[in-house]
Write a protein that binds this ligand. Structure first.
Ligand code: SF4
Ligand code: MG
Length: 336
């Protein structure tokens, strides 16, 4: 099967007064139709830059595509003209953001915003557009959709605005939907509803989804495959089972350790990963995680680790995978 999205060796940097910041560093991954791929990692690790790069929404300058290819349905998005990109954005590729309030236009009714999209992307106008807009609101679970179309964004609750944004993203039946922290601003019950909704819509339309989140629970529940990013690199990639049950990278271990567990003893404290992510303008030599890694060896500070490929496409960039490295017992990292 051909991947819908095929990113190869993508590197994106941003010019700063203090030299270039390596926001995304030589990443490669694929997304197939109908699947959900999660991207996790601390803020600033390159998750959102990756999303914006796919949408070609990075301002250049200060941004710069240093290398790579973003192939979507067989053609390279980096080679397209702005006019061609306009047709793809919000049409075959849509994005939903963390904060619907800033993504929606405050002075236009929800109905107007959806029908404008339908006019541009589906050539639907007048009554047909109205009906379709109401149908989309109904689809995302907004009651009395005909009435609600007349509302302005501020008349919607946070959860409803997020639903409206999803309705807008779906108005063109995208082949790829990028959801960047889509539920972060919402309370837990609404979060769960929105994620269920995404899953439902994905199944009905066979849409591919890239879900960016720091909520590992959401990632575990939604995704088939997961990419773990650190300092602009993909440090581990695998099926959701591999990442949650057989993680191999100390950074992934740290992320999983910082999640509350239902079976944890009541007094057990949540452990966040000690230290801070590096300055992207001055990345540490070798493995970028080595200053924070409890298992760092001498080679880790000298050379970036080779990628080790396991079963089911499980990829790990860590010197511990080297046959000569000490064996770390998987149980040990979870306990200590
Ligand atoms: Fe830690 Fe070394 Fe693996 Fe990096 S390569 S995660 S420093 S053990
Ligand atoms: Mg972000």
């Amino acid at each position: 099967m051909e991947p819908l999205l095929d990113i190869a060796d993508l590197t994106v940097s941003f010019a700063t007064d203090d030299g270039p910041a390596q926001a995304v560093n030589s990443i490669s991954f694929q997304v197939f139709s109908g699947e959900t791929v999660g991207i996790v990692g601390e803020s600033g690790c390159g998750k959102s830059v990756t999303a914006h790069a796919i949408m070609q929404l990075i301002a250049t300058p200060p941004g710069k595509y240093d290398s790579g290819r973003i192939s979507f349905a067989g053609s390279d998005l980096l080679q397209k003209s702005e006019q061609e990109l306009e047709k793809i954005r919000g049409n075959t590729i849509s994005m939903i953001f963390q904060d619907a309030l800033t993504a929606l236009n405050p002075v236009l009714t929800i109905g107007r915003q959806i029908t404008e999209l339908l006019a541009v992307h589906q050539r639907l106008t007048g009554r047909a557009a109205q009906l379709r807009a109401a149908e989309l609101l109904r689809l995302v679970g907004i009651p009395l959709p005909e009435e609600r179309l007349k509302n302005y964004p501020h008349q919607f609750s946070g959860g409803m605005r997020q639903r409206a944004m999803i309705a807008m993203a779906l108005s063109c039946q995208p082949r790829l939907l990028i959801a960047d922290e889509p539920t972060t601003a919402l309370d837990v019950t609404i979060q769960a509803q929105i994620l269920d909704l995404l899953k439902e819509l994905q199944t009905s339309f066979n849409t591919a989804v890239i879900l960016i989140s720091h909520d590992l629970g959401a990632i575990a529940g939604q995704c088939q495959r997961v990419l773990v990013m650190y300092a602009g690199r993909i440090v581990e990639a695998g099926t959701v089972l591999d990442i949650f049950k057989q993680p191999r990278h100390p950074y992934t271990w740290g992320l999983l350790k910082s999640v509350p567990r239902l079976d944890a003893a009541p007094k057990q404290r949540l452990t966040a990963i000690a230290g801070q992510p590096p300055d992207l303008r001055r990345l540490p030599d070798g493995c970028h995680f080595h200053p924070r890694c409890p298992h760092a060896m001498r080679i880790c500070a000298e050379r970036y680790p080779q990628t080790t490929a396991g079963d089911n496409g499980h990829l790990v960039n860590c010197w511990l995978q080297h046959p000569a490295a000490p064996r770390i017992n998987r149980e040990d990292w979870y306990k200590n």
